[in-house]
Design a protein. Sequence first.
Length: 737
Amino acid sequence: MSKVWQAKWLTDEPFSALDKISPYHKEMNPPASIDAHREDLKHHHWHVRGVVEVKPEELASGPLYLDITADDYYKVYLNGRFVAQGPAQSDADHYYYNRLEVGAYLQPGNNVIAVHVYYQGLLNRAYNSADYRQGLIAELMAGERVIAKSDSAWKAKRGADNLPGVVFGYETQFTEHIDARQEERGWRELAFDDTSWPAAWICEETDYTFIEQPTPVLSVYCKPPQDVVKLGPGHYRIDFGEEITGQFTMKAKGQAGETIEIRSGEELEEDGQAVRFNMRCNCLYQDRWTLSGGDDRFESYDYKGFRYVEVIGTDQAIQAESFQAVVRHYPLEEDSCLFESSDDTINQIFQICKNGVKYGSQENYVDCPTREKGQYLGDNTVIGHSHMLLSGDLRLYRKAIGQFADSSAVCPGIMAVVPGHFMQEIADFSLQWPMQLLEYYRYSGDAAFVQSIYPYAEQLLAHFKQFDRGDGLLHEVKDKWNLVDWPEGLRDEYDFELTRPIGSGCHNVVNAFYLGCIRSVNEIRDILGIPYENELPRLTQRYIEVFYDSSAGLFKDTEGSEHHALHSNTLPLLFDLAPVESVSSIVNLIRGKGLVCGVYFSYFVLKALAKTGEHRLLYELLSSEGEHSWGNMVKEGATACFEAWGKDQKWNTSLCHPWASAPVPMLIEEIIGLKPSKPGWKEITFTPRIPDGWTSFTLQLRVPSGTIRLSYDQGQWSNHFPPGVHTKTISAVNSWS
């Protein structure tokens, strides 16, 4: 239900007279012309203050809430104390606000609500920006009664201390040049004198529809360095011990106009001393800080993905004891998923994947917290599955599924990246959306959500049916990328030219995903009791006739090809399209080729092996330390899973990319053998397949029906399952297939 506000939408005056821009379009059909965005309104920092009175009886009456949102983003402080930041990016017709419990921050009498609003102004995957929508709205609530609200009494002023540097990534963000001389010192405090500030500009009417954000605000906290090395006078290198997502902060006191350079990065240069701030992932993490002459604190606004920081200034100014990171990520309780085994390499693989998902889960899943900061539909097949297991919290995945469904307003075939105003479409990703909905249902049992969102699945199928060449197979799916895998060099020499838009011909992978999509939609129809004509047997037969090479017992890349790529054989195995007699040939092909694919596609390879009972081979690939393995990431010093198997296997590899987290569900579901056998984990199947090299392991896992605790030591088990939940233990001992 949308919220009706008593408060007013406040905006900075330059935005009030500008026509709002709608940047949505089909990727292959961009608008004929788009006016250049005003440069003076990019990287726009806006400080807003509202002094509000809270009566003692209101403080004593029960919880007090602040309902707040901003466009593009806010950080809110009460009486000088940081409270929260947000909202999750969304569209104006479904715009999120946050409800924050704030009683602990308030005092009887006057209080100040101080909000730092940021409008970025770039067209990218990270923000819904570059549309001239800017401002904020807020209400302080005692129960459902409004006791204070944003209105004409609130003061606002554009910040002058945070200046834009260069744009980096995929037009993702700016380097930040902080000039402490221009800072409105103390503006977040109640005692600050804002009489010279103008009143905030009020928009009497807006076209926003406000919806309470269905996920919690981010967890934000400080992290001390693991190591600080003084490289020279006024020159420090700080190591936080692992890749994190957030900002670096420090204090300094120097001469007015003196500058400090702050370089951040995911790794060190080859000399092992300097931080690689001009990063391989195409980000330039080089901020500049100009001191005021007084006591200054460095606070950048936007977030980065980094492990190391290099500070260059003067000995007299830098206060090394103040070095800290301000970490941010979706709330994750570490004990919601704990795993440790007697195999240290497996432990490290699990941990880097857990870290990748932890720091890649922000207000939405991001493909990486550096270059794009975008939520990609195909990435979510892996990330969402991993995150549900690691967190026991299904809300972020549910929100993502709904947001991608809403993108059908741009294309019924669903967009590839949402939110954000960068338009991208990938056929392989769109066809995975029903798979994700089904996975969410298996974990949640939330049939009402599935029922409400099911019509989008029908629209999705109808969109792709327009590319039916007449026999049920798709060809020339020209309105979206046909990806197969990424990067291009890990497609196992797939024998089809994947141009954009795609050329003529009929190729395997997009059709396999299409049939897998139909299979998932059919299963959803069965769950909801929706009658349908099952076309899958006919389409499967036609797929086999066109792509199956009976002489080799393998599937071809195209109907005219003789090449059998890993990708062309993995998907028919996974989606039950392969004839029985082909299974052993396909498994042998996987055994021979190994993971000659990207880390994203490895998820499908491992799932296909599990589907056929090849758990030993699955584990061999998962635990390998070869060139294409998670073990190789560990050998290269990973603390979060990489974008590719190694740092140099992609020209712009990011070193935190949660689409590489397939070991999380594979270890838990296929090796340890825990799965929901009824939706919502109301019944659990336990089929352990303990590798020969493991002498022990422990697992603690939070699921919707409760907490599971397992331990295994030298053949002895200790198991705890949620009370009242039936567990089907298929085997209490090692059961390698």
